[in-house]
Design a protein around this ligand. Structure first.
Ligand code: UDP
Ligand code: MG
Length: 340
């Protein structure tokens, strides 16, 4: 991976620097599994995964990287016990609960595979799909998204709010995210490196995965209900995540006020003219009404317009401080050197 910087900022990111596969010709895939208070899920997860590992090993070497996101139950002990007699399980313990997005980012930073697949420990991301993802990857795909065809485990309200979120997000964000694709996907090393180089603090992984680009293939699966334990995502946490996602991916909420302001100013201008005309022609109905309303409308519109202008600048500041690379190079084919 190389990057070109200007004034200390990364403006170009070239990620196609690494030879692959880099382990004596064997491809390696790291499964990143964030866990938070999942003592009931660890064993079923490893058992289920064990059932498909033979299939997968025909394609690539797989290792499992658990990221313990500050669990306060037996999660850590169970993972360490399982890891004791296996060479393919590793564990990162975070110092407290930082949330799934942060845990996943920690996993991306520590994963060593030539490709990674983040998946939930509750078997909602069925391990049976992994082999097909790896097959697509070997065939050349840099990203393989797994789309949920059915959401058995989700309540009607959750499915509906999820759909609404994708719609709103995609209407606002510069780079849309695919509907019903969670974090369960295969990412090639080049993509992981690109995502890890984005230095911003407020991270919404799904949006970063699609922001870095690279063509994605898609496979579908039926999303089962949670196998064990309970989700730790309350609607409040989901709402905060949705807001984080939208505000991190778009400055539209800030900048929209310029246009609302202009619209309001125009409407108030028309209405003011109408008020003025009726007052002049038909006389004063309620003393002070016309002048008061006109003042409120004009200043209201002006205020909103001014806020929009400030929003434009704040939006630009936000874009600048994130310091995202201006573009990412997928591959580079220099002209062959002329030989004489
Ligand atoms: N998780 C985590 N930190 C948290 C919450 C969840 O690492 O603060 C993990 C959790 O252990 C699971 C995955 O993220 O492996 C998805 O969580 P969950 O199944 O509760 O979410 P849902 O499937 O309802 O979206
Ligand atoms: Mg789940």
């Amino acid at each position: 991976m190389s990057s070109i910087s200007a004034g200390g900022k990364v403006v170009q990111l070239e990620v196609e620097g690494r030879e692959r596969p880099g382990h004596g010709g064997i491809r390696r895939v790291t499964l990143i599994v964030p866990v938070y208070n999942e003592q009931d899920s660890i064993t079923p997860f490893l058992e289920k995964l064990g059932g498909v590992l033979d299939d997968i090993h025909a394609l690539a070497l797989v290792d499992i990287l658990f990221v313990n996101d500050g669990s306060r139950d037996a999660t850590e002990r169970l993972i360490l016990a399982a890891a004791a007699d296996r060479a393919d399980i590793s564990l990162i313990n975070l110092s407290r609960n930082f949330g799934k997005e942060a845990a996943l980012f920690a996993g991306l930073n520590h994963a060593s595979g030539d490709a990674v697949i983040p998946l939930d420990v509750d078997l909602q991301d069925p391990p049976e799909v992994i082999a097909e993802m790896i097959r697509r990857w070997i065939a050349g795909a840099k990203v393989v998204n797994a789309r949920r065809a059915r959401r058995d485990g989700d309540s009607r309200f959750k499915a509906m709010s999820a759909r609404a979120f994708y719609r709103v997000f995609n209407a606002m964000a510069d780079q849309p995210i695919p509907q019903d694709v969670g974090d369960f996907r295969l990412l090639d090393r080049t993509v992981v490196d690109a995502v890890c180089r984005l230095g911003e603090r407020s991270r919404f992984n799904k949006s970063l995965f699609s922001w870095v680009g690279f063509e994605a293939e898609e496979i579908t699966f039926d999303r089962p209900a949670r196998a064990a334990g309970e989700t730790s995502w309350s609607y409040w946490k989901l709402w905060k995540l949705a807001l984080d996602g939208i505000f991190a991916a778009s400055t539209m909420p800030l900048r929209i006020w310029t246009y609302v302001g202009i619209l309001m100013a125009m409407i108030s201008l028309v209405y003011s003219a109408y008020l003025l005309a009726t007052t002049l022609i038909f006389g004063v109905d309620v003393p002070g009404y016309a002048s008061t309303v006109i003042l409120i409308l004009v200043f209201g519109g002006l205020n909103m317009f001014a806020l929009g202008i400030i929003g434009e600048y704040v939006g630009r500041i936000y874009t600048e401080v994130r310091q995202r690379p201006l573009y990412i190079v997928r591959s580079h084919h220099p002209a062959p050197k002329a030989e004489d």
